[in-house]
Design a protein around this ligand. Sequence first.
Ligand code: SF4
Length: 496
Amino acid sequence: MKTSITASMLYDLVQCPHRVSMDLFEDFTKKDPINPFVQLLWEKGNAFEQEVIEGLQVPFVNLRPFSDQEREQRTKEAMSRGDTLIYGGRISADDLLGDPDLLRWKEGGYVAGDIKSGAGVEGASEDTDGKPKKHYAVQLSLYTDILERMGLSGGRTPFIWDVHGDEVIYDLDVPQGARNPQSLWGLYQASLATAKNIVEGSEKTLPAYAGICKLCHWYTSCTSRLRELNDLTLIPELGRAKRDVMVPRISGIKHLAEADLEKLSDGKKTVFSGIGHGSLEKFQVRARIQCQPGAEPYLKEPIHLPHSELELFFDIETDPMRDICYLHGFVERNGGENSTERYVPFLAEQPTPEEEERAFAQAWEYVQANRPCVIYYYSPYERTFWRKLQKLYPTIATEEEIEEIFTPEVSVDLYQNVVRSKTEWPTNDFSMKTIASFLGFKWRDPHPSGAASIEWYHRWVETGDPKIRQRILDYNEDDCRAMRVLLDAVQGFEVA
Ligand code: SF4
């Protein structure tokens, strides 16, 4: 039977084309178990869809209870009657198959919509509206394409009903941005062509090491293949796009380590489109340290950090599904003595704005009461989220007060200002887990991750189980301690 191109296939393809190949052709017994966080996303997605449908105030046709075949037949019948809203329908044309959550009558045809338990756009802030999500756009485009092929389209303006209760229209024909003239429809056409090539076997894909791999059911298979291939994406920050540009001339990490860069460069430019000489040199350094048996991390230049008797190692945990910050954790250390360490958490005991505000207010008071101090955190995320919390709860602190906390005299982003800019490591990425594990630090939890913590928080809110609450706190405490281990190690590194 011919394989159809589906919306979920395009969703995966936008994030990782290799995932599509693996799902189609790889032995499924090699899959890892489904990650509990992914499972939670599914559950929350289904529950949210159910809640939205139960709250609908308008008449609609419900086709969810029927088999796939029946749903398709009944969708055709509903559309030929001109029913105004169809839930759970199925449509197909040629080799395209779609299961839009909604089909809504509009201007002599239908537009499709999906119900999503996430925000309808990404990157929205007080100052910007945010951009359409590509993985949503390709799904909506597929439904629209099918409707056009059926002669039943009401226009290229499908929609998302999102977690905030907003209807977000995806205008598929407008350019994606000032610097990106390609429309979402153009993105869809390109994605569809790639998907067809993968399905037909005319396009071979390669795995690429990336952050999303850690949640993917092919993680074990792909990482082992990447190691066999000595793949360039195992170099921190190199990534799929650069690897694909480089791989015709540079086959792998060892090859890059030994390459004569002068032959690949012309001044600041290189033969690789979009990769400058400086970046190529940086990747070669990282390739060399990976190829050296027993290599140790080192400083590229001296680091100058602010000094205070009191150090605070600070880490927050957030739940993107509820869009809240549920934990602010601090490990404090006095006079550089590890024996003085103490963990101080501020947890939102319920996922409510009131609890989020209380936890933020207490964390803020704690920091104020402990000045002067130096605050260490890992990645700009803590600063970004505290800025956001300040806007939500402006009586707790002013904008200026939050900015002052994150000035270089008071705090240090160990990821941006130390690891990324001043050090090199024989590791495949610069995540705190990877770096601190390399230094010998061990989390108490056997499966530590930010995604896992979110999953525990959901379970704890549902069950009230104190063991789960403690697991969340232990994990956050260990994240803070891992930062202290990193700081101490880096301060002992030699400058190479
Ligand atoms: S593990 Fe990574 S490379 Fe492999 S299929 Fe999943 S996302 Fe793609």
